[in-house]
Design a protein around this ligand. Structure first.
Ligand code: GLA
Length: 469
């Protein structure tokens, strides 16, 4: 059948287009599967976060969009009972591992740890169902890695969904997003649930206002007059290296702030800042920050002794709770104090901003949305200290080109920015970025693939591709 006939013959879920179907079919051709094996293909997109940065692991809201760059995983049950995983890109070596109750990770930085994370997550979730079938999988990732667009979650989500399909396991999308978010801790980053949630629940032409504990989602239509531009600073934000330590450090700083506030306000069981906010009938960032400043020094020692004193808990239990155990245990650089006050000021202020931004976007108030994005970037730079000179430069170029707002997106420390503008100004924003940033950083290079007008895309879905081959 020619491509158009094939597409017509099968009803494709939203998000699949002819290019993605062709990619999946190429993988099928390379796959050895028994004659009777059903072959599935799952696509899962990366994301760009519009606002609500470094709030998710405090259980506080975010406002991302799924992007039209995805990872595709083609999978079929095999007879070895093991996982046999290869990558369309030969830079990532093939891997094979046994399905066991606790899968031991590869060395830090190995790409297939994300595959293991996904499989481990499914094993943990369905532990009552023994005998999961092994699978052969081929991965084709097109979300640029280390650029803050969540290529890692696209891989984990597509792997988990494909593996569940091979084993005929089903979960509703909210439960699947919760499962995959937790499973990514396997790689040693104590992330929140934003990337996995939007990769699974994303909707074409919509941003998602996502809240946590429990996970829930409100889709907000992108106003037709708005354009989003994403631009990669090309400063590598590699989550398996130094960025991981910085990220985990901030998770601990935010959790400390939460516990100190919880104690000051006499609230029980507070572990994250979201617990504080959910326990209060009314709150505002300025009052909570004031309360925190009155209850604790702005910085605390990284050995956690002083913090344990303030909270009146034994140090060893406290230490295990905050830093984790086993493969998720984080190490803190003992020479640097923990910045409790600044981090909380960012997270609480950002929570006010993301709530206002969701309403502004829904009502088409783009100027207001842009102002909130600019304030978010400032707070990430000053209080969360996760911007870089290059990200700041890129943001400035976008604003100079007419963006209503621009900010780093994702964890920061490199990676990408997102800018919002009137659709009519998109060319001028891009031109300003090309001239003011890429031409200076990379003279003579063609920046075309480094920045783009972004279209909010659909979330992950799986198809039975053997029926189509
Ligand atoms: C990374 C994490 C997310 C989120 C962002 C910062 O992308 O994977 O969970 O914490 O950083 O907002």
């Amino acid at each position: 059948m020619v491509q158009a006939e094939k597409e017509a013959a099968m009803t494709l879920p939203d998000g699949w287009d002819s290019e993605e179907l062709a990619r999946a079919e190429l993988l099928v051709d390379r796959m050895y599967a028994g004659a009777d094996a059903r072959i599935v293909a799952c696509r899962a997109p990366g994301r760009v976060n519009l606002i609500g940065e470094h709030t998710d692991y405090s259980g506080l809201p975010v406002l991302p969009v799924a992007i039209d760059r995805s990872t595709i995983v083609v999978a079929a049950a095999n007879t070895t009972g093991e996982m046999e995983v290869s990558n369309a890109d030969p830079a990532w070596p093939s891997r094979r591992f046994a399905i066991e109750r606790q899968i031991p990770p590869y060395a830090t930085g190995d790409w297939a740890n994300y595959v293991k994370a996904a499989i481990q997550g499914v094993i943990d979730r369905f532990s009552a169902r023994a005998n999961l079938r092994g699978a052969s999988m081929i991965v084709d990732g097109r979300v640029p890695p280390a650029s803050g667009l969540s290529s890692s979650s696209a891989l984990t989500v597509s792997t988990a969904i494909a593996f569940m399909a091979v084993n005929q396991l089903e979960l509703d999308p909210l439960a699947a997003a919760t499962m995959v978010a937790r499973s990514e801790w396997y790689v040693g980053t104590r992330g929140g649930g934003m990337d996995q949630a939007v990769s699974i629940l994303g909707r074409r032409d919509h941003a998602l206002f996502i809240e946590f504990d429990p996970l829930r989602v409100r889709a907000i239509k992108m106003p037709a007059k708005a354009a989003l531009i994403v631009a990669d600073s090309r400063q590598v934000a590699d989550k398996s290296g130094a960025v991981r330590a910085e990220y985990n450090r901030r998770v601990v700083e935010c959790a400390l702030a939460a516990r100190i506030l919880g104690r000051a306000l006499k609230l029980d069981g507070v572990k994250i800042l979201g617990d504080v906010i959910r326990a209060l009938p009314e709150w505002n960032a300025a009052d909570l920050v004031g309360q925190l400043a009155a209850s604790s020094p702005a910085c605390l020692g990284a050995d956690l002794k002083e913090a344990a004193n303030i909270l009146d808990v034994t140090q060893s239990e406290f230490d295990a709770e905050l830093l984790g155990q086993g493969s998720i245990r984080s190490a803190l650089d003992s020479n640097r104090p923990l910045e409790v006050l600044k981090r909380a000021r960012h997270v609480l202020g950002e929570t006010e901003r993301v709530i206002r931004a969701a309403d502004a976007l829904e009502a088409g108030r783009l100027d207001e949305m842009g102002t909130l994005m600019n304030a978010s970037h400032q707070s990430l730079a000053d209080d969360f200290e996760c911007s870089t000179e290059r990200l700041d430069a890129l943001v400035e170029c976008a604003r100079r080109g007419g963006a209503l707002g621009a900010r780093l997106t994702g964890a920061g420390f490199g990676g990408s920015i997102v800018a919002l503008c009137d659709a009519a100004s998109a060319d001028s924003v891009i031109e300003s970025i090309d001239r003011g940033y890429y031409a200076k950083q990379y003279p003579g290079a063609a920046p075309k693939s480094w920045r783009a007008v972004l279209h909010a895309g659909a979330g992950a879905s799986v198809i039975d591709i053997s029926a189509n081959a």
